[in-house]
Design a protein around this ligand. Structure first.
Ligand SMILES: Nc1nc2c(ncn2[C@@H]2O[C@H](COP(=O)(O)OP(=O)(O)O)[C@@H](O)[C@H]2O)c(=O)[nH]1
Ligand SMILES: [Mg+2]
Length: 203
């Protein structure tokens, strides 16, 4: 039984604020309101570790959380319509700068709302990661909003849109905790793999 308590580490508004302590980092990305904060709270088993809100677009920072074997980085949500173009560009640059420069980045978890088709920006992010050979996984959020059968169909549809195998995407629900164990295993596994690679590279 793990007794580790995830902790908030710090926020970063720009490159200078980036945090790195040698531990693998797992970044959570997705459009604003997709359920990133709720996902992180679910993983941590804490209601208010990451703030959740009904007002999307508020989190314009990177937030770092200490998960013991890895650091979880909550990336600012993209795609919020009500912000200026300049602001959108600033967010894009911040996310891009993090993804391309963080030496300990082990994996990106891309979140997609199970009810909807991925947006242009969702697919752009996946393409960006693929192009830069940054490993990523896809997780669908808010599984409780659909019946089991519908959820299965939507998962398949999302996999097709992202051009990944059906087994490469699974659903979670912050409300019921469905998919929590699988998500935690995925993150722990990504962190362990990164450590193994790191140690073999330095031999
Ligand atoms: N029913 C349901 N609602 C969710 C779930 N995850 C998030 N939400 C709701 O979706 C809204 C946005 O969630 P939040 O975690 O703040 O999204 P973020 O902007 O991506 O960090 C909030 O009203 C949450 O309560 C879920 O798994 N099930
Ligand atoms: Mg959030």
């Amino acid at each position: 039984m793990k007794t580790f308590e995830p902790l908030f580490l710090k926020s970063a508004a720009n490159r200078k604020g980036f945090f790195s302590d040698g531990r693998p980092q797992i970044a959570v990305a997705g459009k604003s309101n997709v359920g990133k904060s709720s996902f992180i709270n679910m993983l941590a088993n804490r209601k208010k570790l990451a703030r959740t809100s009904n007002t999307p677009g508020r989190t314009q920072l990177l937030n770092y959380f200490d998960f013991g074997n890895f650091v979880l980085t909550d990336l600012p949500g993209y795609g919020y319509a009500k912000v200026s173009r300049a602001e959108k560009e600033k967010w894009g640059e911040l996310i891009e700068s993090y993804l391309l420069n963080e030496p300990c980045l082990a994996r990106v978890i891309c979140l997609a709302d199970i009810r909807h088709d991925p947006t242009e920006q969702d697919l752009q992010l996946a393409e960006f990661l693929y192009y830069h050979r940054i490993p990523f996984n896809l997780i669908a959020t808010k599984a409780d909003k659909l019946s089991r059968m519908q959820a299965g169909l939507h998962l398949k549809r999302i996999a097709v849109k992202y051009n990944v195998g059906t087994d490469d995407v699974f659903a979670v629900s912050a409300l019921t905790g469905a998919g929590r164990e699988r998500a935690l295993e995925l993150l722990e596994g990504a962190a362990a793999l990164w450590r193994e690679r790191g140690s073999s590279e330095s031999e």
